[in-house]
Design a binder for this molecule. Structure first.
Ligand code: AHR
Length: 508
């Protein structure tokens, strides 16, 4: 197939906030216990943190990590995870039906975050608790000293405040499965009151209000409008969550998942702007896509896990090459919406629907989806350029909420162009969704004098190829250095079928 992609230096969507490359650590399955924390593991440091995992987290390039949930947070007493470990209570954890030992809490996570070089995005419990608990947690984490809770933190070994700047006001509060689920009005009021007292303690914090758990929720749309109707002036972001899966065994359709993400984002932007209009507000609400990923491989296995065990192997999706392509397109979609999506978290970080896997007492390795993420985080920083893409498309049929189906046109190529002027680099991400056709791509770079310095390629003959501890590099990127210059502002690049590509241009 023939395709043409034009970028002009002066046509920009916006600047990428590096926080769109966030991740997520929940007290769920083996994410914390056996994931980031495993005292007794050969690579564990003095605090029990696996250094092999820490190294992979740094390589992944995530700048911010959401903690401690997820569904978990809605029944969590943060105090349980502070103070002497031998005195911490064991609790029946109702979100995931496990036993929570509380060996790790905010004190340990703050230490881990420092070692990993990441900022914390802390979630407060608006399920079983409320504004008062949220206020107390901010005081514990961010107040310098001289109060009961800040002094408690100091006694627990942290003289300096954690200074956590980003806070989630609960999690998926519209979901009937959520502990302490609420109506939109109930949640909107609770979030507003929590935001007020949290900001009294630390006026610099940024707050995320819960949007819908996913765009298929019956209250989607009304939920956002009602919640923001209450909280608009007090919050900085509204959250979006979405998980994608190849449930029909239909790869071309699965590869089109990012179109759904794009439509979801654009709809939420419209709702935010509608609320702003009703309030005559000039403030622009930003979006935090703080849970996204592929999640479906482990669904059946999870039904077999016995209840009330400690850190069972829950949600352990083994990601294949098809998943890596989808994750690549989800990331380019986030880049292309960088004017409004200012934060996003791949869910999650280790073992639980994660780019990094571990074996207890054994190795740590990169899943297939690790690569599009680390490459995006490394090279997808700067300003996203507005694309003009001319390429053939295919169609997929999608069900609508009204029992009918809808035909969607899916371009074979999914792209994002990111200009980093400081580094003198332009990076073009290209995914080819075609099962069998390569693309002769003509890139027209208006206003640039550029050399294609590196072409990174992620490709496999098998869509079901996975990385394992024994074969950690079954799916891994390769790199060539074409060193080809643009001629009259154009350059031709061959894009292989079903491939993820990072084209790195050096600007003259
Ligand atoms: O990431 C796994 C779970 O998915 C989270 O706990 C919850 O917020 C979402 O439903």
């Amino acid at each position: 197939m023939k395709a043409k992609l034009t970028y002009s230096k002066s046509f920009r969507i916006g600047s990428i906030d590096p926080k769109i490359y966030g991740s997520f650590v929940e007290h769920l399955g083996r994410c914390v216990y056996g994931g980031i924390y495993e005292p007794g593991h050969p690579s564990a440091d003095e605090d029990g943190f696996r250094q092999d995992v820490l190294e992979l987290v740094r390589e992944l390039g995530t700048p911010i990590v959401r903690y401690p949930g997820g569904n978990f947070v809605s029944g969590y007493n943060w105090e349980d995870g502070t103070g002497p470990k031998e005195q911490r209570p064991r609790r029946a954890e109702l979100a995931w039906h496990t036993i929570e030992t509380n060996e790790v809490g905010i004190d340990e996570f703050a230490k881990w975050a420092k070692k990993a070089g990441v900022e914390i995005m802390e979630a407060v419990n608006l399920g079983t608790r409320g504004p008062d608990d949220a206020r107390r947690l901010v005081e514990y984490c961010n107040f310098p000293g001289g109060t009961e809770l800040s002094e408690r933190r100091i006694r627990n070994g942290h003289l300096k405040p954690f200074n956590i700047k980003t806070w989630c006001l609960g999690n998926e509060m519209d979901g009937p499965w959520q502990i302490g689920a609420k109506t939109a009005d109930e949640y909107g009021r609770a979030a507003t009151e929590a935001a007020k007292v949290m900001r009294e303690l630390d006026p610099d914090i940024k707050l995320v209000a819960c949007g819908s758990s996913n765009s298929g929720m019956p209250t989607f749309g009304k939920w956002e409008a009602t919640v923001l109707g209450h909280a608009y002036d007090l919050v900085d972001y509204v959250s979006l969550h979405s998980y994608y899966g190849n449930r029909d065994g239909d790869i071309p359709k699965f590869l089109a998942s990012s179109l759904n993400m794009d439509a979801f984002i654009k709809t939420v932007v419209s709702i935010c702007d509608y609320v702003a209009a009703t309030k005559r507000s000039s403030k622009k609400m930003m979006l935090s896509f703080d849970e996204w990923n592929v999640w479906f491989h482990s669904n059946d296995a999870d039904t077999q896990i016995p209840r009330w065990t400690i850190a069972p192997p829950q949600l352990e999706d083994k990601y294949d090459f098809a998943d890596a392509l989808v994750v690549g397109t989800l990331l380019t979609t986030l880049m292309n919406n960088c004017d409004r999506v200012k934060m996003a978290c791949i869910a999650q970080l280790v073992n639980v629907i994660a780019p990094i896997m571990t074996r207890e007492g054994g190795g740590a390795w990169r899943q297939t989806i690790f690569y599009p993420f680390s490459l995006s985080s490394k090279y997808g920083r700067g300003d996203t350029l507005r694309p003009a893409l001319d390429c053939p498309s295919y169609t997929v049929e999608n069900p609508t909420p009204f029992g009918t189906t809808e035909t969607t046109e899916v371009p074979y190529l999914e792209t994002a162009g990111v200009l980093n002027e400081e580094k003198g680099e332009l990076t073009v991400f290209v995914t080819n969704r075609s099962m069998d056709e390569s693309a002769d791509l003509t890139l027209k770079l208006e206003g640039f004098d550029a050399v294609l310095a590196e072409h990174i390629l992620l490709q496999s003959d098998r869509f079901d190829a996975v990385n394992t501890e024994e074969h950690p590099d079954a799916v891994a990127p390769s790199s060539t250095a074409p060193n080809a210059a643009t001629r009259n502002g154009e350059i031709a690049v061959a894009i292989e079928p079903h491939s993820y590509n990072v084209l790195r241009f050096k600007l003259k």
